[in-house]
Design a protein. Structure first.
Length: 165
């Protein structure tokens, strides 16, 4: 049902997981164009992967989706959205724990830009436990994250944190 709606999917994607890909793939079926925005200046903490790597992982994993664009940004999400003519911000919601933060962000963004709507998509049940920080924690201690991230990301983790034999 490709329509002429452009939606922004913002995140730090440090790194992208199969949970993010699932939301983006489902969003790409519902909206005409998705702009995946990779935050270039995370306010919360220093990322493990550089902006170049985070962007490249996403580009490779999403290459098969014709209506998905990956771009970095370091401004307000609503400004980034306006630049692309987007009228929606699409976010994934995993659990109640995501809700409080996302609820506040959605309302702050509404205050800044009442014309831009935030839309939430529920995480698929098999991904509802999955987070970039969880993946990093497992990988740091030599655990297997192969099913949780795209192949290229798993390869990079294997280089950074060789598995114990
Ligand atoms: P994280 O919260 O894992 O560090 P990001 O900051 O990159 O990830 O999050 C970007 C968006 O992706 C957020 O809206 C977040 O709720 C969503 N998201 C993250 N992991 C998943 C998942 N496993 N399933 C669905 N949505 C997710």
């Amino acid at each position: 049902m490709p329509n002429n709606v452009t939606a922004i999917v913002p995140g730090s994607f440090d790194p992208v997981t199969v949970g993010h890909i699932d939301i983006i793939a489902r969003g790409a079926r519902e909206f005409g164009r998705l702009i995946v925005g990779v935050v270039d200046m995370p306010v919360r903490k220093q990322p493990l992967f550089t902006i170049d790597e985070r962007e490249a992982f996403l580009r490779e994993a999403l290459a098969k989706y014709d209506n998905v664009v990956v771009e970095r940004f370091n401004e307000l999400v609503v400004e980034f959205a306006r630049k692309w003519g987007a009228t929606l911000i699409l976010k994934g919601l995993r659990a109640i724990s995501d809700f409080e933060y996302e609820f506040a962000m959605a309302n702050l963004n509404r205050k800044l830009a009442p014309d831009i709507e935030t839309v939430f998509m529920m995480a698929s049940p098999e991904h509802s436990f999955l987070s970039s920080s969880g993946v990093k924690e497992i990988a740091t201690f030599g655990g297997s994250i192969d099913d949780l991230v795209p192949d290229r990301v798993a390869q990079r983790f294997a280089e950074l944190f060789p598995r114990k034999a």
